[in-house]
Design a protein around this ligand. Structure first.
Ligand code: 5RP
Length: 255
């Protein structure tokens, strides 16, 4: 039986929605301020002696900046496994050893942002084109700590165009397959030319999808010939999300 107050329109599992949440920090307003807030908050999950997994994107960049400012933690880290060339460069600037994913047995935590996260901790990722390495590093970790501002929380995944890393020769047939699912796929460009990922591949961005069953969808699309990685993170779902709201940081925990 639900114990929710009838005047509370928040989501039953995460408690986020129209309900106001009291936060312990001063109100912040811009999206960048919210990203900085969760970047800082994520430091609480990093321990001296850890090897951590580090994602990619503007929210993660705030986490890396916060880590850089905390000398004890930064110097105490054994190292990090990085999800992109961009993140590797930032970590190296701070003097943090960047370790090969294939030489690490496992990670306690992986910290990354998301383009969307739902109330079960399923995500869309890949807005920064780093989804393949992000999924690989996330799959090494016991816990995925998602850091996001409140604009990323959705009821159903699909408002953000779904990134899919593909082998270039499969582009046209994959676009047709997404159309059959009701989507519309576009090749991501950088300037006039197709964007090339860190892995030398291309990205399709698929709009118009409503991903109601993220695990089934991830399984289906992952089997299509020419797909390297689909940007639905259902099997590598978030363990928890530090969600920056205008009232402060909410911690959402998922099963
Ligand atoms: C990169 C990603 C990012 O986590 C996602 O795009 C969110 O980025 P930002 O923190 O800049 O909003 O998946 O591939």
């Amino acid at each position: 039986m639900s114990t929710q107050n009838p005047s509370d329109n928040s989501h039953p599992s995460t408690g986020i929605g129209n309900k106001a949440h009291a936060g312990s920090v001063a109100p912040v307003h811009s999206q960048d301020e919210l990203k900085a807030l969760v970047g800082q908050e994520a430091l609480k999950y990093v321990k001296t002696g850890d090897i951590i997994g580090v994602g990619t994107g503007s929210t993660v960049n705030y986490f890396i900046k916060a880590l850089g400012a905390n000398e004890a933690l930064r110097k105490g880290l054994k190292g990090a496994v990085s999800s992109s060339e961009a993140t590797t460069a930032l970590l190296r600037e701070l003097g943090i050893p960047v370790l090969e994913a294939s030489l690490v047995d496992g990670l306690s935590i992986y910290i990354d942002g998301a383009d969307e996260i739902d109330h079960d901790g399923y995500m869309i990722k890949g807005g920064g084109a780093a989804l393949t390495r992000e999924k690989i590093v996330a799959s090494l970790a016991k816990s995925f700590i998602c850091i996001a501002d409140e604009s990323k929380l959705v009821s159903t995944l699909g408002r953000f165009p779904l990134p899919v890393e593909i082998i270039p020769m499969a582009a046209t047939q994959l676009m047709r397959r997404f159309e059959e699912l009701g989507g519309s796929a576009k090749l991501r460009l950088k300037g006039e030319a197709p964007l090339v990922t860190d892995n030398g591949q291309h990205i399709l961005d698929v709009s118009g999808l409503q991903i109601k069953e993220p695990k089934a969808f991830e399984s289906l699309v992952s089997q299509w010939a020419g797909v390297v990685t689909v940007g639905v993170f259902a099997y590598q779902q978030a363990t928890l999300c530090l969600l920056a709201t205008k009232q402060g940081v909410k911690t959402l925990k998922f099963n």
